[in-house]
Write a protein that binds this ligand. Structure first.
Ligand code: GP9
Ligand code: MN
Length: 420
């Protein structure tokens, strides 16, 4: 009810992080493409197998001065996996503690990035080489105000092109290009890559990159599959440059969630050369985040951040004010950015400490430390999750009308396969 929305609004507005004037509006009016990098974790950046870089293209971006590379960026997903990551990118709210917001809250009211950008004449689109109903996307995308959803129907889903749930990244990127170019500008869009998915096995002929050499097939194959994704990403950048869109498009690439679960800690110990205890496993929840904004000087950043922080960062680059919206994240480039990063289960990480299962560890050496001084941080992490949960669970955005914002009416959205 209205008392709930008032306390949520008060909390979020009290924690608002002002945009950094050095970046605000620097990419005004540009297109946006997000690339969801399936299961990609940060330990793979600069990693080598047999003296060969696994992700040479991403490594080159991590070391240039044009692209922001956030080294201490964490996924915050729960059981909704890819869809949870998407949800955070578009709404700057946490996914659910249990289940999937895409599945069980798809009829809620949201104030998503595609919706917010409509007043600046943005057209929005999703590209994904899988069937529309997976994660209930065909329903949820209407509530988020997506104008177009290019799903499996738009792709050549023949045997050679597919693996796991759908399109392999290379044919996916190639077939998406004309669809991307068909959009009116400016556009806000996302590509959901797919083939770097558990169990990561490649088809014969799709890679000649070496596998790792542990006793664990899944871990070994991960490097081949990630290498293939890296090649697909380079292809995407090449196509974007050829099409002329590159100089007018913000590209955001993010690892959606971990790919290697704790069931593989034994092999991962060989990979990173350390025992994987609770502390190290938390560190492995780093996923890469790259933001390329034409004309904006980037570089590697140490800032701690999580998936909920990307949306305000991108909106501020576009020159869109966020202070009237109820977003739980804070702009990664803001001087007021908050560096207490909750995981979905209530554990959290800061630049100095990591908290897992109510225990605290120093980030300096991974050793457990007394928790006396950290109650305030712990409370901050839990409050942030619970404020977001009350928005999602009670559908509170129904009661909230930002000035100058036109709410989404899901009945206005029709995708080609709709039979109604
Ligand atoms: C399937 C894609 C991958 O469409 O979202 O699924 P997930 O990573 O969520 O298992
Ligand atoms: Mn995924």
């Amino acid at each position: 009810d209205s008392s709930d929305i008032t306390s949520v609004e008060n909390y979020i507005k009290a924690n608002y992080a002002e945009p950094n004037p050095a970046y605000f509006g620097k990419a005004e009016g540009m297109n946006v493409v997000y690339l969801s990098l399936e299961s990609l974790q940060s330990f793979i950046i600069d990693y080598e197998i047999d003296g060969q870089e696994v992700t040479p293209f991403l490594n080159s971006l991590a070391h240039d001065n044009e692209t922001f590379y956030f080294k201490n960026y964490f996924h915050q997903t729960g059981q909704g996996k890819t869809s949870d990551a998407e949800f955070m990118m578009d709404n700057s709210l946490y996914p659910m503690a249990q289940g999937s917001v895409y599945v069980s809250k798809a009829q809620n009211t949201f104030q998503s990035a595609p919706a917010i950008l409509k007043k600046d004449d943005y057209v929005s689109a999703v590209f994904h080489g899988n069937y529309k109903t997976f994660w209930n996307r065909n329903v949820m995308y209407k509530s988020l105000g997506y104008d177009k959803f290019f799903d499996a129907e738009y792709y050549d889903m023949s045997e050679d092109n597919i693996k796991n749930y759908g399109m392999k990244d290379k044919p996916f990127v190639e077939e998406s290009q004309p669809l991307l170019e068909s959009l009116e500008q400016p556009f806000y869009s996302k590509y959901i890559l797919l083939s770097n998915h558990f169990p990561f096995k490649m088809d014969e002929g799709d890679t000649d990159f070496p596998a790792a050499d542990t006793d664990d097939k899944v871990v070994n194959q991960y490097f081949q599959s990630a290498h293939y994704m890296d090649e697909a990403l380079e292809q995407f950048f090449d196509q974007l440059k050829e099409s002329g869109l590159y100089d007018n498009t913000i590209v955001v690439m993010y690892g959606d969630h971990y790919g290697i679960s704790e069931n593989h800690n034994q092999a991962m110990k060989e990979i990173i050369g350390k025992d994987i205890d609770d502390y190290e496993y938390a560190q492995l929840q780093r996923v890469p985040l790259f933001i390329h904004a034409p004309g904006v000087k980037g570089g590697a950043k140490d800032t701690y951040g999580g998936a909920v922080d990307v949306m305000p960062t991108v909106l501020h680059l576009l020159g869109v004010d966020t202070k009237d919206y109820l977003q739980i994240g804070s702009d990664l480039l803001s001087k007021d950015h908050r560096e207490v990063i909750p995981f979905r289960n209530g554990d959290f990480i800061t630049p100095n400490i990591t908290s897992v299962n109510g225990k605290y560890y120093s980030n300096e050496d991974g050793q457990e430390i007394e928790g006396d001084g950290f109650a305030e941080l712990s409370k901050q992490a839990k409050t942030e999750l619970s404020i977001s949960d009350s928005i999602v669970n009670k559908d509170l955005l129904r009661f909230y009308k930002p000035e100058g914002y036109t709410p989404i009416d899901r009945d206005d959205y029709h995708y080609i396969y709709d039979k109604d």
